[in-house]
Write a new protein. Sequence first.
Length: 498
Amino acid sequence: MAQATFLKINPADSVVVCLQPKQKGDVISVDGHDITVLQDTPAGHKLLLHDVAQGENIIKYGYPIGHAREALKAGQWVNETNLKTNLSGTLEYTYQPVNERLNIEKENRTFRGYRRKNGDVGVRNEIWIVPTVGCVNGIAEQLAERLRKETGLEGIDSVYAWHHNYGCSQLSGDHENTRKVLRDIVLHPNAGAVLVLSLGCENNQPDQFEKLLGDYDHERIKFLVTQQVEGDEREAGMELLRQLYAVARQDRREDVPVSELRVGLKCGGSDGFSGITANPLVGEFSDWLVAQGGTSVLTEVPEMFGAETILMNRCETPELFRQTVSLINNFKEYFLSHGEPVGENPSPGNKAGGISTLEDKALGCTQKCGRAPVSGVMEYGERLQHKGLNLLSAPGNDLVASTALAACGCHLVLFTTGRGTPFGTFVPTMKIATNPTLASRKPGWVDFSAGQLVEGRTMKELVPEFIDKVLAVASGAHARNEENGYREIAIFKNGVTL
């Protein structure tokens, strides 16, 4: 059987997505009608199925992805030059709950994790140095390097210093966001031990930050204020790190029910295949994990615009619906308060890959969270309280959003991409390629190729393999970003820097 060269995603769609490039003059047959391609059209991009008038909506995934800027002809290439977003300001919404039964079998699957004293579970046993202020980043990195060399990492997974630019000269919301995210990192179960490193005169005062941690494990979390050290603060730091290492190296992996696993859902550098391959595959995994009693978290609020009602109507309660409405409208107000349009989002790479409007991206993006009901909604910097599918407030920026996902408590991040990216945040950051070309071009970046779905593999075949891959990484197998040593954090900033 010949491999399909285009795909109509939903019966209501007015476009098809080219799975292979089309040339001017090619003829495709859709729903019993022959359509002549009017322009050379790249793979991942959209072809119009029938004539539309200026201002008429273009439908993809069964929903509008914008309207025609001008009258368009059947067979025409639909892209950002002739398609305009329908998005504008904040909206009022009506709760119309949709409860879809997943019918996914519960399995007795486990992964090999680290059970912490407070009952939480980590998928790594690392020692972290967390600066309360960017002024001590250099000291933190020197300490991390010395501990790596001194221990040879025997008995632990790694040692990292998490550099950032903040902790001082910030006001109100930005200051609190920094404190919350650093708190979340310090308390994250992927760390077997943490040294909190301070300067001493910063806004993020160490004694106040310590109170923010609550009732923490003093054996595994220690503080050093460098301005209070007589002499070499690095030697004082190494004394504390040796104590932390002696504790962390005693930890061992054990079988943990998959219901304990928490996974973040993120995409970046999307293309026209994202909503056809990688995002639906991750959505299938998310539904499977939720059905096992586990947790998944969707963020990138601006990339929900245009698909937000789908998420709102999946909320389990009216209160969650109201929280999701606030999540969406508050982020729109953030855009508008800075004089920026609500619908301006797809990057040059997204557009080159076939994503023409924010709605186009959003309807593909939200497929990462499958069909499960929404069980929780979190503000930026908050920690997970509910199992199941959660929504988290954070921007679309790859590193900021991935850091936010990890900070809320996710053990790892599933990151779908059509353009490719090497980065990782402070937890394993698995890259899932949307197309086979990327997977073959960048094997050092990509952990799994969902592009197999356009090469003849079925979703039914691929989902079990993907589940096994994720559980292997949760059990200690390195994601590509870990192998490459690409790990960092970024904290959301909104306001004034003093």
